[in-house]
Write a protein that binds this ligand. Structure first.
Ligand SMILES: [Zn+2]
Ligand SMILES: [Zn+2]
Length: 159
C-alpha cells in the first residue's frame, strides 16, 4: 500500500528522540490511520501489517510514543484507553454511549488549558480534558426507527 502523501513518521520519531523500529513505525502509522483506536485495535492493525508482534510489544510502543508526546492517550470512564496522533492542541472529544464511537471536537476557547478552574488550589494547571457524552447520529437514528417499528407492530397487533 503506498502512502506517498502521509507524514514522514520515520523523521518524526527521530525528531522526538525516539529510536526508530519497524514496530514503532507500524504502531504510529496505525494510530494515525485510525485515530481514537484502542490498544487492541492497534494490535490487530499492526499484526495485519507486519506480522507476528506480541501484544506487549504494541503496548510498549504505545507507551513510549505517548511518553514522547507523539501520541495522546485518552482514558474515558468505563472504556479502554484510546490513542490518537493529533497532539498538543487541547482538542476535546465526543463519545457515543451506545456504540463507543469517538470524534474530535475543537477546543471551545482555543488556549491550553481552555477552562479556568474557579479555584486551582495552587496547582499549576496545563490541561483541561473535556469529554462530551451522548449518542451519535447513527445510534439516535437507529433507536428512532426501532421505536417507530415497535409502534407499528403494536398497531398491527391491535388491528
Ligand atoms: Zn453510536
Ligand atoms: Zn481526538
Amino acid at each position: 500500500m503506498s502512502r506517498a502523501t502521509s507524514v514522514d513518521h520515520d523523521a518524526l520519531l527521530r525528531r522526538h528522540g525516539v529510536q526508530v523500529t519497524a514496530q514503532r513505525l507500524a504502531v504510529l502509522r496505525a494510530v494515525s490511520d485510525r485515530p481514537h483506536s484502542t490498544a487492541d485495535d492497534i494490535c490487530n492493525v499492526v499484526r495485519a501489517e507486519i506480522g507476528a508482534i506480541s501484544r506487549q510489544a504494541v503496548y510498549d510502543s504505545l507507551a513510549a510514543l505517548t511518553e514522547k508526546a507523539l501520541l495522546r492517550r485518552i482514558q474515558p470512564a468505563g472504556s479502554p484507553a484510546r490513542y490518537e496522533d493529533r497532539v498538543g492542541d487541547n482538542h476535546h472529544h465526543l463519545i457515543c454511549r451506545t456504540c463507543g464511537r469517538m470524534v474530535d471536537v475543537d477546543c471551545a476557547v482555543g488556549d491550553t488549558p481552555c477552562l479556568t478552574a474557579t479555584d486551582d488550589s495552587g496547582y499549576e494547571v496545563d490541561e483541561a480534558e473535556v469529554i462530551y457524552w451522548g449518542r451519535c447520529p447513527e445510534c439516535v437514528a437507529a433507536t428512532t426507527s426501532h421505536h417507530q417499528q415497535t409502534a407499528k407492530q403494536e398497531q398491527d397487533r391491535r388491528v
